[in-house]
Ligand binder design. Structure first.
Ligand code: DLZ
Length: 158
């Protein structure tokens, strides 16, 4: 699973479906806001590049990554075609990191099982801020770009 030597944002654009008829929900955690805004910008720009209309991109902000599941559920209820949950959890001195990462990943799996609207996991789970910088527009690309491509492909399945 190591991404140390790769740029995650390299993709073949000919394999990406158009988003011109889609409505996309972006749920953004305010914790580690500088990083999550970069992820949001990467996702937003990519969606518009592939035809999603600005009016059809909805955004909800939540306080932290733990709340991404609730925010994503609200987006599903608002009848978007696909949701991208954006967060950044950085390891601290306690086990809080593990609880948040497990909760948000399990919660997003549950949404994907129980609803017919896909929810994409765009949550960085890093050991330090540098790793997050590298993956939100730095040397390892922008996970928000990758999430947008995934969202377009999943919406196309529906
Ligand atoms: C409390 C907390 C901590 C310590 N660290 C992070 C983090 O690195 N990334 C993140 O998105 N959120 C963090 N939070 C906040 C929790 O996600 C949540 O918002 C609070 O526990 C309130 O439910």
């Amino acid at each position: 699973m190591s991404t140390e030597n790769s740029n995650l944002s390299n993709f073949d654009s000919s394999t990406v479906p158009s988003g011109d008829s889609l409505t996309i929900g972006l749920v953004v955690s305010k914790w580690n806001e500088k990083i999550t805004e970069s992820l949001f910008n990467g996702a937003y720009t990519t969606l518009t590049e592939f035809g999603v209309k600005a009016n059809n991109i909805k955004r909800i902000d939540v306080p932290g990554s733990f709340e991404l599941v609730f925010g994503s559920k609200k987006m599903i209820q608002a009848k978007v075609d696909v949701v991208i949950a954006i967060g950044c959890v950085i390891k601290g001195e306690t086990e809080h990191f593990d609880y948040i990462c497990q909760s948000v990943s399990k919660g997003i799996i549950d949404l994907n099982i129980n609803f017919d609207t896909p929810v994409v996991f765009c949550v960085l789970t890093d050991n330090n801020i540098q790793q997050s910088v590298d993956r939100s527009g730095g040397k390892h690309g922008n996970k928000g770009v990758e999430a947008a491509i995934t969202a377009l492909k999943l919406a196309n399945l529906n």
